[in-house]
Design a protein around this ligand. Structure first.
Ligand SMILES: Nc1ncnc2c1ncn2[C@@H]1O[C@H](COP(=O)(O)OP(=O)(O)O)[C@@H](O)[C@H]1O
Ligand SMILES: Cc1ncc(C[n+]2csc(CCOP(=O)(O)OP(=O)(O)O)c2C)c(N)n1
Ligand SMILES: [Mg+2]
Length: 320
């Protein structure tokens, strides 16, 4: 019978060596993995953000390959740097796993991190590896402002156009499919396994003078709600302007779910949502609504076609 080598059989330090062996460092990095700290240069202020992925909460090993999870760990983190209008530079990864995890899973996870890091233009400069009851991944990403002010959530003003770039609804439709035991349409399942982050578009928005920006991790309404609240103004989303991808419609029909609920409230697509002065929305972005003056809507909330949205707005942890 074929046996699978586990990470406990390999041991901590040989495991680390096998995980970092193929990493390549970008120009800004002067010292990568192997010492007590990594060293790299940043241009301007450092922008830092962290996101945790926990097995059975953010992914399942029977739904996603190790490569998918490694890619997703990078994508969801770099997405926050994009949403700050900054440029990603380096990231560190905390990796915990049970001793019976196949060693190949850990190596393929790093291969996924490497592949997505190259796509995003960032280097994996270090990390930590420990035992734990389930696979947990904590990534911290560092970006640089490189001559521009960071883009915050509190800059939306009445009259702004609300615009998005990237996919919406696919990851949630993919989750619905995987949960029902299906593996196609491939596009939505792939989006759940790893989102297609619109790398570089955060910077494009910053250069266009974007007023406020966020990445859509929990759901469009929930995340735009953070901009509305931080800025103190309401927004109205015009659902006729939302692009509902064909594959998302197909999954909606097959499962009896209104696909609009995934587009408005499904998380994990890591699209960017932002508000711009009228006429300054960059090419490729889709205008989906506007920021309202207080006399039209006194509460800083997100309306849908002028109405209060009565259904879920997005994902929250700890819900029963
Ligand atoms: N345990 C924590 N300790 C300190 N700050 C936290 C903690 N959890 C979340 N935050 C901060 O709260 C804010 C909202 O977090 P979150 O909703 O996870 O943001 P995002 O969707 O960008 O990942 C962020 O600025 C984050 O840094
Ligand atoms: C097994 C499994 N169950 C449920 C989900 C759905 N899900 C988990 S976390 C999440 C929202 C985003 O995660 P969060 O940790 O809130 O990211 P952040 O907002 O901090 O970037 C969603 C939609 C999933 N991806 N996998
Ligand atoms: Mg977070």
């Amino acid at each position: 019978m074929a046996t699978t080598t586990t990470i406990s059989q390999v041991g901590e330090f040989p495991l680390i060596s096998s995980m970092v062996g193929d990493l390549t460092m970008g120009q800004a990095v002067t010292l990568g993995p192997g010492d007590d700290g990594a060293v790299f240069q940043v241009d301007g202020s450092a922008v830092v953000s962290t996101d945790v992925l926990v097995e059975e909460v953010h992914f399942r090993r029977r739904w996603s390959t190790a490569t998918d999870v490694g890619r997703k760990a990078v994508a969801v983190n770099v997405s926050d740097i994009e949403a700050m209008g900054a440029v990603p530079v380096a990231l560190v990864v905390g990796f915990s796993a049970p001793g019976d995890l196949p060693a190949s899973w850990a190596r393929e996870f790093m291969a996924g991190m490497t592949a997505e890091s190259q796509k995003a233009g960032v280097s994996v400069v270090g990390g930590d590896t420990t035992g734990g009851p389930v696979v947990s991944i904590a990534v911290t990403v560092i970006g640089q402002t490189a001559g521009m002010a960071p883009v915050r959530r509190d800059g939306a003003v009445p009259g702004d156009e609300v615009a998005v770039i990237g996919q919406l609804g696919l990851a949630a439709a993919g989750l619905a499919l995987l949960g029902r035991g299906f593996r196609s349409p491939r596009a939505v399942v792939a989006a759940q396994r790893c989102p297609e982050v619109p790398y570089g578009q955060g910077r494009v928005a910053a250069k266009a003078g974007v007023h406020a920006m966020i990445d859509v991790s929990d759901g469009l309404l929930a995340d735009l709600g953070h901009i509305a609240e931080a800025s103190g103004f309401a927004m109205d989303i015009d659902t006729a302007k939302l692009d509902i991808t064909e594959s998302v419609r197909t999954v909606g029909m097959a499962t009896g779910v209104d696909p609009l609920t995934w587009v408005l409230a499904g998380g994990e697509d890591h699209a960017l949502a932002a508000t711009f002065a009228p006429g300054t929305v960059p090419d490729g972005w889709t205008v989906v609504g506007r920021v309202l003056p207080p006399d039209e809507a006194p509460d800083p909330t997100v309306l849908v076609d002028g109405q209060v949205w009565q259904q879920e707005r997005g994902w929250t942890h700890f819900h029963s």
